[in-house]
Design a protein around this ligand. Structure first.
Ligand code: PEP
Ligand code: MN
Length: 338
């Protein structure tokens, strides 16, 4: 529920209401507006006597939150959330954020080479998987801790921020120490223990949409992370399973405006995993930006035919550079910039 305090409610009254809510078992999310303060109270309100709060000094009104995703939805937080990753890197603001790099970290030399190329092309954040959950247990599974160290070196050499995926609760603490953004992959979108674990991190979380998840299920997954205290969730549309075999998945472009309607969280798009084919990536990248995405995550590889993972959908660095130029024009048309 949302507790709206009266105009001019004193600091002491606000603190008292918050204390009472905490005593009643709620977690509180105060929002200090210019005129009024509101407190989001999240928890089970079945046994709570409304009057216990309504009659407190400074309280004007209590409004129930109807949506199941109370923190991810727009009832409590009406303004779009802008997630600050570094001094000049914000996701959800007027500037688009581009994350790029290979699917997996294959070795230091190759990775640093590609990192430099995506940096030159204009990427802000470097991607690369160190823990690779593959569809087959016999496929390359990632360099793990060695991969994280390579990521760290690439970060030092290029100044790019880094994002990598966590697939196991036991690795969250380690990965947290190395990265700027923690990625939850599509296959783990409903791994609730993992979601809770990253919910206790203070690093932003890139939450990919599950292979066959509805938007509500996706926002509930974000709610799991946020309810643990980490409200910096970036959603990522990466295509969903349909009956159409021409592409690896079907990019749900409409998910972008729908999420913007339902949630204040930023949303980026991953046309690489959505299409599965490098030749379709540019069109879908541009479509996502036109539809209102706050950024993109793109797989880029210097030698796609020999990539250890997802080569078919990886674009080459020269195509990446041209694509960002094309995207800058689309961005401008929709009131954004790169
Ligand atoms: C990835 O980003 O390399 C990845 C495995 O993506 P997804 O979880 O969307 O399949
Ligand atoms: Mn991949």
């Amino acid at each position: 529920m949302i507790i709206i305090l009266k105009e001019g409610a004193t600091k002491e009254q606000i603190v008292n209401v918050e204390k009472r809510l905490i005593q009643l078992g709620f977690t509180t999310h105060p929002i200090y507006g210019e005129v009024k303060t509101v407190i989001g109270a999240i928890g089970d309100k079945r046994d709570v006597n409304r009057n216990a709060i309504m009659l407190m000094e400074g309280v004007e009104e209590i409004v129930p939150i109807m949506l199941p995703y109370k923190l991810a939805g727009k009832e409590l937080y009406k303004e779009p959330t802008i997630i600050k990753i570094a001094q000049d890197i914000e996701i959800g603001g007027p500037k688009l954020i581009i994350m790029a790099g290979p699917c997996a970290i294959e070795g230091e030399t190759e990775f640093i080479e590609i990192a430099k190329k995506v940096k030159q092309g204009g990427a802000h954040i470097l991607r690369g998987g160190a823990y690779k959950p593959r569809s087959s247990p016999y496929s390359f599974q990632g360099l793990e801790i060695e991969g994280l160290k390579i990521l760290e070196r690439a970060r030092c050499e290029t100044g790019l921020l880094i994002v990598t995926e966590v697939v196991d609760t036991r690795d969250v603490e380690t990965i947290d120490r190395y990265v700027d953004i923690i990625q939850i992959g599509a296959r783990n979108m409903q791994n609730f223990r993992l979601l809770k674990e990253v919910g206790n991190s203070n690093k932003p979380v890139l939450l990919k949409r599950g292979l066959a998840s509805t938007i509500t299920e996706w926002l509930m997954a974000a709610e799991y992370i946020m309810s643990e205290g980490n409200e910096n969730v970036i959603l990522c549309e990466r295509g969903i399973r349909t009956y159409e075999p021409s592409t690896r998945n079907t990019m749900d472009i409409s998910a972008i405006p729908v999420v913007k309607e339902l949630s204040h969280l930023p949303i980026i798009a991953d046309p690489s995993h959505a299409t599965g084919h490098a030749k379709y990536v540019p069109a879908l990248a541009k479509a996502a930006v036109a539809a209102g995405a706050d950024g993109l995550i793109l797989e880029v590889h210097q030698d796609p035919p020999n990539a250890m993972s997802d080569g078919e959908q990886s674009i080459r660095p020269d195509r990446f550079i041209d694509l960002l130029f094309e995207i800058s024009k689309i961005a401008q048309a929709v009131g954004r910039s790169l």
